[in-house]
Design a binder for this molecule. Structure first.
Ligand SMILES: *Cc1c(COP(=O)(O)O)cnc(C)c1O
Length: 384
């Protein structure tokens, strides 16, 4: 049976018969040293050298013009949507197959989500489904913006999410966004270390978000970053996330409504150390994904692989089960034996606050929702 094979395989990989979580952080580098140095210096909060250093590390790694550290990924996404011009009453198109934070961020901008289907290739927003939805439901108004035919609301942004680190079909999505004059904001929360045709995810839209939550590829405890395509807009983003205070030795003057979203130096210290080991984590995660792939080879369980145009970070490994019943057995048996697996998120339109949202056909999303499970994916040292 597949569940026995999988349980043995995971216990062997992690060399443990104890509980094996889905994704645990690893601190084997300079984490303690850097965090302790913030305590020694007393600079644990809004002043200190680590925030800027961490931002520079992310800029170098991703190739983005400006990266702005925030308290978490949701705050980064909230800021990115704000900077992209999303306003109260606007519509924002995203996928129903995502973590709730994507929708919470746009909800708190006063916007409403529209859900369109995901692609079978990436498990992220499908360019064809997006185009079809717009052709059926939108028109370009006299100001050049997309407007919904029935509600007359402006469709301000498209937010694709790189599911489990697998990059969406960005060229095709960008073509649709340009044609319909809609801002692209990538939810790259899960995809640090994932590249689309050689370019890092989260660098295609003008403002995009990554997360450093405890279960992500690297962690700062809690944290996130806004990746900005343009340097000046990046500096403005920083201003907005730091209460929009105009620099002055002692006067308190703030020139626009701001957020207090700055990442504390304490957390940034952890991030600096984690960035040093990120390349190693990515290698180990890719090696683990290859092993899963060979485990499921010649079975009717289909391992979720990176799209051929992309290099994925394999943040969370996943497998598509042949039917709903075999998925139930696999989830039940693995968890009963201390190997953590879990279903994918409930689709967003099933949650009470988004059940009234407009949506296109969600066939692939529903199929993924009922057939996929996530597998243990921590980047620990592996044999062989
Ligand atoms: C983790 C995550 C976020 C936000 O992360 P936090 O740092 O926990 O706020 C947003 N979107 C997706 C898809 C995520 O997986």
């Amino acid at each position: 049976m597949m569940h026995n094979k999988l349980i043995n395989f995971v216990q062997d990989i992690y060399q443990s018969n104890e509980f094996i979580p889905l994704h645990a952080p690893t601190f084997a580098g300079n984490e303690k040293k850097y965090v302790n140095s913030t305590l020694d210096s007393t600079f644990v909060s809004s002043v200190g050298k680590y925030v800027e250093h961490f931002e520079q590390q992310i800029e170098e790694f991703t190739g983005t013009e400006k990266a702005i550290a925030t308290v978490n990924g949701t705050a980064a996404l909230h800021t990115a949507l704000y900077m992209a011009g999303v306003k109260s009453g606007d519509l924002v198109i995203t996928q129903a197959l995502t973590f709730v934070a994507t929708c919470n961020a746009l909800y708190h901008m006063g916007a409403e989500p529209i859900f369109v289907d995901v692609s079978r290739v990436s498990l992220g927003l499908c360019p064809k489904a997006l185009e079809t939805y717009l052709e059926d439901n939108a028109f370009i108004n006299n100001d050049g913006f997309s407007q919904h035919k029935i509600t007359q609301q402006v469709i301000r942004a498209v937010v694709p999410m790189h599911t489990f680190g697998h990059p969406v079909e960005l060229d095709e999505l960008m073509t649709v966004c340009i044609k319909w004059n809609i801002a692209l904001v990538e939810d790259a929360a899960e995809s640090l270390g994932s590249f689309y045709k050689g370019q890092h995810t989260g660098t295609f839209g003008s403002f995009n978000a990554v997360s450093f939550n405890g279960n992500k590829v690297i962690t700062t405890g809690g944290g996130g970053m806004v990746l900005c395509k343009n340097y000046d807009e990046g500096m403005h983003t920083k201003h907005v996330t730091t209460t929009a205070k105009v620099p002055h030795p002692y006067e308190f003057f703030h020139d626009e409504p701001g957020f207090n979203y700055r990442l504390p130096n304490l957390n940034a210290a952890l991030g600096c150390a984690q960035m040093e080991v990120l390349p190693t984590f990515l290698k180990r995660k890719r090696a683990l994904a290859l092993q899963y792939k060979s485990l499921f080879k010649n079975s009717d369980f289909k391992f979720v692989e990176e799209p051929e145009y992309a290099q994925s970070n394999y943040w969370l490994n996943a497998v598509i089960c042949p039917d709903v019943a075999s998925r139930e057995t696999l989830i039940k048996e693995t968890n009963a034996n201390g190997v953590m697996t879990r279903p994918i998120w409930k689709l967003m339109h099933r949650l009470p606050m988004f059940k009234g949202a407009m949506r296109g056909e969600l066939k692939i999303s529903e199929w993924v929702e009922s057939h996929l499970i996530n597998l243990p994916s921590s980047p620990i040292l592996m044999r062989g």
